[in-house]
Design a protein around this ligand. Structure first.
Ligand SMILES: O=C(O)Cc1cc(O)ccc1O
Ligand SMILES: [Fe+2]
Length: 431
């Protein structure tokens, strides 16, 4: 007998087609939600000073530290900063020394850099290799490509991280750019000065430029892999919605920022690595860099679960431009062209009629990198080698489009039913 509800209405079961991510684990951490908010967090209530930021003596004798991510007097819409109240002053360190790591992290894509080259074509990568040798996040970054230069504060870089070890007492500061991590394989714990984020495949995280962080594998995971997009100048922002209205795409409340967290062992020996203009230096300190007992501000790390994305597209005819799938965007110095748009092609219904998707062939002004996070089908018009953990690339203006099975079937059908170009109204020669 069919299941019945109290009022005799048939039960309403539905599956959210967006929630098809293969591995889900419970997120162990607490968060504050909202994009671009001015947040505040304190381990012990009453720690944050009231009505001022810099009292001469802070509660518990904490040290005040101001962190700015924008120019002091940047317009309010672009002004980003935070105030941290720490257990130990972060300037109490040994001097910086240059250091080599095993990572292959490029930060200059100017024509004068012989280590990089341009390709005006398509390319595809099999899943990026996981390390055999013990490799943490500092050693485990490989650059795929980019443009501009970190020292010009202009441009973007795309990297892969592939790790099988924790950073332990090593922290990293990227002084070159704000970066986004796109988790593809493995669950990681992203510890930052503002607290901890748990990242699982299908989730993204953004770490503002200059924020110290450390990445560890979650319990039970032996390795992790993902993509990274580094912005040398601007910061990630939500796209404006225009006629879409007040909600849709990535909704602000689905972005999560951490709450204050202090390491158990405050007085231990740490190494803090800094990457600046593509080079690493390191300093030693006798206290944990993760000792912020309270903080407030709007320059904060955050994460977002891509399966929460609300897709919007045509409900009548025609193929809508892929910009409707923009999760986050970043400004370039050209007011009419973003530096980068980060798009999510997630599970969704494509309902438009008399419109063929896989799409028309296209030649975009933008260069495209497509990452496969967990799709097992070779869809998206890429080859069967386009697997989770791999990627594909089309340089700007390179023609490409769908070659997947439905397309080939349709082409075969059209071959057998040739289009008739006859005399009549539609075949008038241009005058
Ligand atoms: O190549 C791709 O898969 C990305 C893409 C999708 C789309 O719907 C239209 C243009 C485009 O470049
Ligand atoms: Fe494309």
């Amino acid at each position: 007998m069919a299941e019945q509800t109290k009022n005799n209405a048939p039960p309403f079961h539905f599956t959210d087609l967006r929630l098809t991510r293969p591995v889900r684990k419970d997120d162990p951490f607490e968060y504050q939600s909202g994009f671009g908010n001015h947040f505040q967090s304190e381990l012990i209530p009453g720690t944050l000073p009231l009505g001022q930021n810099h009292p001469q003596i802070c509660r518990f004798n904490l040290y005040t530290e101001v962190f700015t991510a924008s120019a002091f007097a940047a317009p309010r819409s672009a002004n980003q900063s935070s105030v941290l109240y720490r257990c130990r002053p972060s300037c109490a360190i040994d001097g910086h020394v240059d250091v080599e790591t095993r990572s292959a992290w490029q930060s200059c894509f100017l024509a004068t850099n012989k280590a990089v080259s341009s390709i005006a074509s398509q390319a595809e990568w099999a899943p990026f290799e996981l390390p055999n040798e013990k490799t943490d996040f500092i050693d485990g970054i490989r650059t795929v490509g980019g443009n501009g230069d970190a020292s010009l504060r202009d441009g973007i870089a795309l990297h892969i991280y592939a790790i099988n070890a924790d950073m332990n007492r090593r922290a990293l500061v990227n002084a070159d750019g704000e970066y986004m991590l796109v988790a593809q394989l493995g669950h990681i714990i992203l510890q930052t000065e503002m607290g901890r984020l748990y990242l699982q495949p299908g989730e993204i995280a953004v770490i503002p430029r200059g924020i110290k962080h450390r990445i560890s594998l979650a319990k039970g995971d032996e390795h992790a892999r993902g993509y990274m997009i580094e912005l040398f100048g601007s910061c990630w922002e939500l796209p404006t919605l225009g006629p879409i209205g007040c909600s849709g795409l990535a909704n602000p409340r689905d972005f999560l920022s951490p709450v204050a967290f202090v390491d158990d062992e405050l007085d231990a020996e740490w190494l803090v690595f800094t990457k600046i203009t593509g080079k690493y230096s390191v300093h030693r300190q006798d206290h944990s860099p993760f000792d912020v007992a309270a903080w407030h501000g709007n320059s904060v790390p955050y994460k977002y679960d891509l399966t929460k994305f609300v897709s919007v597209s045509s409900v009548s005819v025609d193929h809508t431009d892929p910009s409707v799938f923009t999760v986050l965007t970043a400004k370039s110095r050209d007011p009419d062209t973003p530096l980068v748009d980060f798009l999510w092609f997630g599970p969704r219904w494509d309902v438009a009629q008399n419109t063929f998707r896989p799409p028309f062939f296209h030649r975009n002004a933008a260069s495209e990198f497509l990452a496969n996070i967990y799709s097992e089908s070779a869809g998206a018009g890429r080859s069967a080698g386009f697997r989770p953990g791999g990627g594909s690339y089309e340089a700007g203006h390179i023609a490409h489009g769908g070659f997947s099975q439905p397309y080939l079937t349709e082409m075969r059908r059209m071959k057998n039913e040739p289009r008739i170009i006859s005399s009549g109204e539609n075949s008038k020669s241009p005058t």
